[in-house]
Ligand binder design. Structure first.
Ligand SMILES: [Zn+2]
Length: 666
């Protein structure tokens, strides 16, 4: 026996020495600020590191569950919170790189990694001994815990409970089956939408993302009608990609799952941990917006009808022509030219990317005392295209590391986003760990108005990630509910076109500052067509809620149900929901079910918070900015969102500023 062991260890030594290279993911990183040594990491390093990370966390959890002492926050929740750090370190790098610099090799790594990680997560969430300890702490006197610790405890307790830990094992098995089935059907729905969108592209020669643009510029009215019908019938053509049956199946499975876990319907299950909390609150919230939006949209139709009437008088259209759904974008653009006369080819030269970046930094310095210092020679995941900054507070203390990666490349996913490579927390030895945050985009050298807002938006998320001062990573930074997280990105957009800031950053190549009349036109145009935009967004949010509030699907027909919901909400006949049921990707194949309202919810909060600054007579009010930073940006999810909001505003949020900002009321 002893002999065998000796042989084995000799073999291990040979293997180790023959590949004379250690996996950098498994070493301590002796780099500036602990930035991952990106250029040393190879694709083949990830899976062994993930396996090692899983094994380490399993051992850490074993140590917690085999502790014979009475369960306490310190001997259970705190070590659970600190467990899995190697896994977090590895996934922080991997998740970032697969989105920004995707390769076939990395795809294969992900294919292998996801099932490993999912199984590991399930093993934790179905660990009854671990839950029993957490439950005991949760049901004991919590008054000795800090507020942040109470929030961490609640979050952990809820994630076990909502995953079905308290159910008998037979029901747990059923639940796992339901989860798997939902995952596979929603993937099929997503693929069908993709196939139908590709068919749309083949027919009309434009991608679905260019649809609004094509509807704006296509003069041929019959073609517009055809495009609208093809676009809105995706997943509804009676072919192999028809989603109707699949959608009813998913809705039914979600309902079963919610009811097994003790909720009346799936919306109630989804909303429980969110800021909005219950279906009644969301329903009232949406119908309050809908009324003003529909009214404004009626005025917009009247404006468009006037221009259409001129086309009738000029003999371009038959007598009696009325605005139809396929006319909206086309005539809205004519109104926009007439009313706002904003030509983006005139504004673009003032919005050079590097100047806009200087603008976001300058606003953050003024508001929150944030200092950015470019770092050269530090590790970077894409040396040619990313820029890294050291971020410090005015007292010189380190806030974190911020990396920008704004330019497009083939290996990068579309869109723009913020990501944490490392979270902020306090480690087991009591040392503060500061975050590493990335902003990624697909931008050109000169930006449109929309893109300027995007840069401010993503930097708003970054500030939420960088300024955080928490103890536990599960509540630090942007680890807040989905209907709360967008408040801080959208809030930061409010500064983009403030005249004082534009004077600093919006200059053209000759160094001339953007003229005042252009600034005025930009600010006016932001209110343009908002009746329509709000109506279609709100209609889709209501449709999402109504589907997930249903408690019986017997005899439900998708078309009839959808029509009834639209009639009930008083939707204008010229407008449809932004997404109809059969191609509503957000709610049937990504995580926004009973959550699409979150976009509007967050915007109401951000506009309301901004109105507090406006009411003070100074949008740069330093006392308010300090209060905003300390109440929201430093606290993350360390307190309930509504409690924080009331602490900041001194009252509950109100939708007046949102409605006024979108020009829906005077
Ligand atoms: Zn966002």
């Amino acid at each position: 026996m002893k002999h065998q062991v000796l042989i084995l260890s000799a073999m291990l030594m040979i293997i180790a020495s023959s590949c004379n290279r250690t996996n950098p993911l498994l070493t301590e990183w002796d780099t500036p600020y602990g930035i991952p040594p990106f250029d040393e990491i190879q694709p083949e390093d990830y899976i062994p590191a993930i396996k090692e990370g899983i094994a380490q966390q399993e051992a850490e959890i074993k140590a917690i569950t085999s502790n014979s002492a009475k369960p306490t926050f310190e001997n259970t929740v705190a070590p659970l919170e600190l467990s899995g750090k190697l896994l977090a370190k590895v996934c922080g790098v991997l998740y970032n790189i697969t989105e920004t610099d995707r390769t076939d090799e990395l795809d294969k790594v992900m294919e292998e990694a996801i099932p490993l990680l999912t199984a590991h997560e399930n093993n934790i969430l179905f660990n009854k001994v671990l839950f029993a300890r957490i439950e005991k702490i949760y049901n004991s006197d919590q008054s000795k815990l800090t507020r942040e610790q109470q929030m961490v405890l609640k979050k952990k307790y809820d994630s076990f409970r909502r995953n079905g830990i308290a159910l008998p094992s037979a029901m747990q098995d059923q639940l796992r089956e339901i989860n798997t089935e939902i995952a596979s059907i929603t993937q099929k729905i997503g693929n069908n939408i993709l196939s139908e969108s590709n068919a749309f592209k083949e027919t009309f020669g434009i991608s679905v993302s260019d649809y609004p643009n094509a509807m704006t510029t296509t003069e041929d009215r019959d073609l517009r009608e055809k495009m609208l019908k093809a676009y809105t019938n995706r997943g509804h053509n009676g072919n192999e990609y028809d989603n109707r049956e699949l959608i009813l199946k998913v809705l039914n499975l979600r309902l079963t799952k919610a009811q097994m876990l003790g909720y009346p319907n799936y919306a109630a299950y989804e909303l429980e941990p969110k800021m909005a909390h219950d279906t009644e609150t969301v329903d009232n919230f949406l119908s309050g917006i809908m009324q003003s939006a529909v009214k404004k949209a009626q005025e917009e139709v009247a404006d468009m009808q006037k221009i259409m009437d001129e086309d009738v008088a000029n003999g371009k259209l038959p007598v009696g022509s009325k605005i139809e759904p396929w006319d909206w974008w086309y005539y809205a653009e004519k109104v926009r030219k007439q009313k706002y006369d904003l030509d983006e080819s005139l504004t673009k030269p003032y919005f050079k990317l590097e100047n806009v970046v200087a603008g976001i930094f300058s606003a953050a310095k003024t508001l929150y005392g944030v200092n950015m210092e470019k770092l050269d020679g530090v590790p970077a995941y894409n040396k040619d295209e990313v820029t890294t900054y050291k971020v410090t507070a005015d007292d010189g203390s380190l806030l974190g590391i911020f990396t920008t990666d704004y330019l497009p490349r083939d290996s990068k996913r579309g869109g723009a986003w913020m990501n944490n490579i490392r979270d902020q927390y306090v480690d087991a030895e009591g040392n503060m760990v500061r975050p590493i945050i990335v902003n990624v985009g697909n931008l050109e050298e000169y930006l449109t108005i929309d893109e300027v807002q995007t840069v401010f938006h993503e930097f708003g998320h970054a500030l939420h990630g960088l300024l955080t001062q928490c103890n536990y990573s599960s509540v630090s930074g942007t680890s807040v509910t989905r209907d709360f997280v967008e408040v801080f990105s959208q809030f930061n957009e409010n500064w983009a076109f403030q005249p004082e800031l534009l004077k600093q950053y919006a200059t053209n190549d000759k160094g001339e500052v953007i003229p005042e009349d252009l600034v005025e036109k930009i600010n006016n145009s932001l209110k343009f067509n908002q009746g329509f935009m709000t109506t279609e967004l709100c209609a889709a949010s209501i449709l999402d809620m109504k589907w997930h509030e249903l408690e019986d699907f017997t005899g439900i027909d998708i078309d009839e149900f959808e029509k009834q919901v639209c009639d009930d909400m008083g939707l204008n006949k010229e407008i449809g929901p932004r997404y109809r049921t059969t191609y509503f990707n957000h709610i049937f194949s990504s995580g926004y079910c009973a959550g699409y309202y979150g976009y509007l919810w967050a915007e109401v909060l951000d506009k309301d918070a901004f109105s507090v600054f406006e009411a003070s007579g100074n949008v740069w009010n330093p006392d308010l900015a300090k209060k905003f930073k300390e109440t929201f940006l430093e606290k993350g999810g360390g307190e309930e969102a509504m409690v924080l909001y009331k602490e900041f505003a001194g009252r509950e949020p109100d939708n007046t500023a949102f409605l006024r900002g979108r020009g829906l009321i005077e």
